[in-house]
Ligand binder design. Structure first.
Ligand code: HEC
Length: 172
């Protein structure tokens, strides 16, 4: 007969490895069955901001609207036409503001130069008496009358913007 003592010894001898094995299995099972680690929630992609419309660089870019040029025409008729003529052709006392005269005067310059010149010197007797808005509208009208295209943005009397816009020749 095997004594209880022997069983205890036997158990102690084979029991320990079995327990280790069971423990190891339990561990590896735990590892295998552990839910896949939840990835750290990535922040939702930022709502795509509407790409800021890049500022225009040329009078060929459509830098004023038709409505703005029309307002400018009204301003021109009221404050400028008496000297520069209804059709901008100039008169006895004032140069023309259209065609060759316009191109020759402003070639290689910026819209800021047109704006600054008109705003600071016109009308000659009372320069800088119109609002900035009225002056920029008149500039839009001058550009429109010289054949430059309209766009869907109004031109604003923002000197940094205007300094970036070259007065390019209309393509033939
Ligand atoms: C009382 C007459 C008179 C009125 C009104 C008048 N101008 Fe003039 N304008 C002149 C004269 C004269 C010159 C030429 C000045 C010079 O060369 O020094 C001139 C020159 C200009 C020039 C060319 C400036 C340059 O630097 O070459 C522009 C552009 C112009 N005027 C736009 C306007 C606009 C826009 C208005 C209305 C807001 C206006 N003028 C109103 C008489 C006038």
């Amino acid at each position: 007969m095997l004594g209880a003592g022997f069983v205890r010894v036997l158990f102690a001898v084979i029991g320990a490895p079995v327990l280790l094995l069971v423990a190891a299995l339990a561990c590896s099972t735990a590892v295998v069955t552990a839910p896949p680690s939840v990835p750290v929630e990535a922040p939702p992609p930022a709502a795509p901001e509407p790409a800021p419309a890049s500022p225009p660089t040329s009078v060929l870019d459509g830098i004023f609207t038709g409505a703005q040029a029309e307002r400018g025409r009204v301003g021109y008729d009221a404050h400028c036409a008496e000297c520069h003529g209804e059709g901008l052709g100039g008169g006895e006392m004032a140069p023309g503001l259209i065609g060759v005269a316009f191109r020759f005067r402003w070639r290689g310059l910026k819209v800021a130069d047109i704006y600054d010149s008109v705003q600071s010197t016109m009308p000659p007797e009372e320069p800088a008496t119109l609002s900035d808005q009225a002056y920029i509208d008149v500039v839009a009208f001058l550009l429109s009358a010289n054949g430059y295209p309209t766009g869907d943005r109004e031109l604003t009397a923002d000197s940094r913007l205007l300094e970036g816009i070259a007065v390019e020749r209309m393509p033939p």
